[in-house]
Design a protein. Structure first.
Length: 354
C-alpha cells in the first residue's frame, strides 16, 4: 500500500527546507505529491528531486515593492548591488542577511528574482519591524484595517484629511506597542508613512512621531496585492528587532550580507540620521566597521553602502581609512542634498565590499 510523508518529513529526509519542498511540489517536480487541505503529502518512496541550482538562481516570483517609503532607500543603487551579489565566482550563496533593512529596497528586489534558503533581516526601529511581522503573520487583518483608513481618508477634503491624519498620529503615539496592539500599530504606521511628508520617519525626544501630513493627491494606503506577495515571501525570513550585531550567529561563508547604515550627514542641515531618537555618529560608524571586520573572517560576502564624505570635503577620507582593507567603489546617484525636498543633485555614494 502506498504510504505518504508530510512536507516537513520530506524536508528532514532530503535535508532541504520545508518551504523548498512545497515549491518543488507546486512545480510538479515530485512525482505523486498531492495537496490535501492546505498541506502537501508526498509518497514515502519519492526520490529527492534533482535540485541542482545556484541557490540564488533567477526565479520569477511576483514583483515585490517596499511597503513603505524609507529615507535612504537604495532603489538607485540596486543594479550595482545586484551585480555584487551575483559576482561570486564559483561560490554558492544560500543565505541572505540585511541587518539594517529599513524599507528593504534591495531585499524586495532580490526576493522578486532570486531565492535563498535562509534569510535574516533586522532593524533597530521597533515600529518598522512590527510592521514586517504584521505582514508576515497577520496580513489579512492588516489589509482590512488599512482599507478602512483608505476608504475614510481619500474622499475627504484637505481639512478633513489633516484632521484624520492628526487623529491617527495621536493614536499611534498614544498606543504602546505590545502583542494586542501590534496589528493596529502596524496599520497606523503604514498609513502615516503613506500620507506624511516625504515618507519620513522622525521622532521627537519623547519618541513621538512628529512628521506633518504630506501633499499626496491620491496615495495608495493599502496595496493589497503587494502586501499579500510580501507576506508570502516573508514566511521564509527571520525578522529581528534590534542591533545589527545580533545577526552574527546567522552569518557564515555562504551568506550575502548587505549593510545600509544611516548616512553620515552630507550637509550640516541634513536630518538623515534621525530614524529613531538615537543618532548614528562617527563612533557608531567605527563600531559597525569593527563588526564587519569580525564577520569578514567567516568568509561571508559583505557589501556596505554609505554617503561619500568627499562630496562636500575632498580631504575627508573617513571611510577610505576605515575600510582600507576592502574594495571601495564610488557610484553616482541623485539624492536630496539637504533638508529641503527640492535640493536634489548628483552625488557620489560609496559601495564597499570584501
Ligand atoms: C539607510 S536606512 C536603510 C535603508 C534601506 N536600505 C532601504 O532600502 O530602505 C538605515 C536603517 O538602519 C537602521 N538602524 C540604525 N541603527 C541601527 C542599528 N544599530 N542596528 C540595526 N539597524 C539600525 C535604521 O532604523 C534605518 O532603518
Amino acid at each position: 500500500m502506498l504510504s505518504f510523508m508530510s512536507a516537513k518529513e520530506a524536508a528532514q529526509k532530503w535535508n532541504i527546507s520545508q518551504r523548498r519542498v512545497s515549491v518543488l511540489c507546486s512545480e510538479n517536480r515530485i512525482k505523486g505529491a498531492m495537496m490535501v487541505g492546505n498541506m502537501w503529502i508526498i509518497p514515502s518512496n519519492a526520490e529527492k528531486p534533482d535540485d541542482k541550482r545556484i541557490r540564488c538562481e533567477k526565479e520569477t516570483v511576483s514583483t515585490l515593492k517596499p511597503f513603505v517609503k524609507w529615507v535612504g532607500g537604495k532603489s538607485q543603487l540596486i543594479d550595482e548591488l545586484e551585480k555584487m551579489l551575483l559576482d561570486n565566482g564559483d561560490k554558492v550563496l544560500t543565505k541572505y542577511c540585511e541587518p539594517m533593512v529599513g524599507g528593504g529596497a534591495l531585499l524586495f528586489n532580490i526576493l522578486s528574482k532570486h531565492r535563498f534558503e535562509n534569510l535574516y533581516i533586522s532593524d533597530i526601529n521597533s515600529e518598522l519591524i512590527n510592521a514586517y511581522n504584521a505582514i508576515k503573520y497577520n496580513v489579512h487583518e492588516l489589509i482590512l484595517q488599512l482599507k478602512e483608513m483608505q476608504l475614510t481618508f481619500l474622499p475627504m477634503d484637505e481639512n478633513g484629511r489633516k484632521f484624520f491624519y492628526h487623529f491617527i498620529r495621536d493614536k499611534f503615539n498614544n498606543t504602546k506597542l505590545h502583542d494586542e496592539t501590534s496589528i493596529k500599530k502596524a496599520a497606523y504606521f503604514i498609513f502615516l508613512n503613506k500620507t506624511c511628508f516625504n515618507g519620513l520617519y522622525r521622532v521627537n525626544r519623547k519618541g513621538e512621531f512628529n512628521v506633518p501630513m504630506g501633499a499626496y493627491k491620491n496615495p495608495t494606503i493599502c496595496d493589497e496585492e503587494n502586501l499579500l506577495n510580501i507576506s508570502n515571501v516573508l514566511q521564509n525570513v527571520t525578522i529581528v528587532c534590534g542591533d545589527y550585531s545580533l545577526s552574527k550567529n546567522f552569518i557564515d561563508n555562504s551568506t550575502f550580507v548587505y549593510f545600509d547604515p544611516p548616512y553620515r550627514p552630507i550637509s550640516e542641515t541634513s536630518t538623515f540620521t534621525s530614524y529613531t531618537s538615537d543618532s548614528f555618529d562617527d563612533n557608531e560608524q567605527i563600531r559597525l566597521a569593527e563588526f564587519i571586520n569580525e564577520i569578514n573572517s567567516t568568509g561571508a560576502k559583505i557589501v556596505l553602502s554609505n554617503s561619500d564624505p568627499k562630496n562636500i570635503n575632498k580631504q575627508d577620507t573617513f571611510f577610505d581609512d576605515l575600510y582600507k582593507a576592502y574594495k571601495i567603489k564610488r557610484v553616482s546617484a541623485s539624492r536630496m542634498i539637504n533638508s529641503k525636498a527640492d535640493s536634489r543633485g548628483k552625488i557620489s555614494e560609496l559601495l564597499i565590499c570584501n
